[in-house]
Design a binder for this molecule. Structure first.
Ligand SMILES: Nc1nc2c(c(=O)[nH]1)N[C@H]1C(S)=C(S)[C@@H](COP(=O)(O)O)O[C@H]1N2
Ligand SMILES: [Mo]
Length: 253
């Protein structure tokens, strides 16, 4: 049951402390998820199905508790320009040389689901909307974190422009590389949640999710889809690349 995709990365002592601190924080905030994982790691249960069911039900319970704890307005910590991590780490479910190729001129963000206006958006049109930029920390569940600056359209502003039903439960995202993920509506409406077009002083480079990514500093890294090509609003949980493999769907930090 405790099959793992790959061996955990070797970490420096300072990084280990960071991971332990992160786990402690996650544990405090989320109650059970890491405890459940530790329990699973430390035992030899043969009946995978039963364990799976237990973990999925705990995870769903966990999502509800976390959503309830999330105030929707508490701001994530911000940093100064001198604290920005350079070079910034790249991460995806594939190696860097497989980053998708995207024709920027032909690019459109498709919009679907519970919204009034479903016209696709060019990058230029997105840049004409009000912009915001924050220097925040991206925390990956694999045990690293890095500080960067992302700028773009607050997702709230975009949802308002397209006449989204903001009483719906989820905003889902589909990406150019088969990745997909979603945000709960309160997180989608959080002031620091961006449809990011810029990274530092430049347009998003390929590695970091060009031409458009979600940047949500109140969530773990995997809830920040890169290369997004479609956005939709739904009352059905859209799932996600990692969410569907058991990563906790709320994954707040
Ligand atoms: N399209 C897409 N988005 C993605 C991923 C991916 O594989 N594909 N990986 C996620 C994970 S696990 C992390 S930690 C961050 C990494 O973002 P970075 O490459 O800008 O550091 O992107 C997230 N968004
Ligand atoms: Mo990640």
């Amino acid at each position: 049951m405790s099959e793992r995709k790959k061996a955990p990365p070797k970490l420096e002592p300072a990084q280990q402390t960071q991971v332990v601190n992160l786990q402690r924080r996650l544990l405090l905030r989320s109650g059970l998820s890491l405890g459940a994982l530790a329990m699973l790691g430390g035992c030899n249960l043969q009946d995978g199905d039963q364990v799976d069911k237990l973990l999925w039900s705990m995870s769903r319970w966990n999502d509800r508790v976390q959503a309830w704890l999330f105030s929707g307005q508490r701001l994530a910590q911000t940093y100064t320009a001198t604290q920005i991590t350079d070079p910034f780490p790249f991460n995806a479910f594939y190696a860097e040389y497989n980053v998708p190729e995207i024709d920027l001129d032909g690019y459109r963000l498709e919009v679907s689901g519970l919204v009034e206006r479903k016209q696709p958006w060019t990058l230029q049109a997105l840049r004409q909307l009000p912009q915001r930029s924050d220097i925040t920390r991206l925390i990956c569940i694999e045990g690293w974190s890095a500080i960067g600056q992302w700028g773009g359209v607050p997702l709230r502003t975009f949802l308002e422009r397209i006449g989204a039903d903001t009483t719906a439960k989820y905003v889902g995202f589909k990406c150019a590389d088969r990745y997909y993920s979603y945000l709960d509506m309160p997180t989608a409406l959080h002031p620091q949640t961006l449809l990011a077009l810029d990274f530092g002083q430049v347009a998003l480079p390929p590695d970091y999710g060009y031409p458009l990514r979600v940047r949500v500093p109140t969530k773990l890294g995997f809830k920040n889809p890169k290369h997004i090509v479609e956005l939709f609003v739904s009352n059905q949980n859209p799932g996600g690349y990692w969410e569907d493999q058991g990563y906790n769907g709320f994954s707040g930090i």
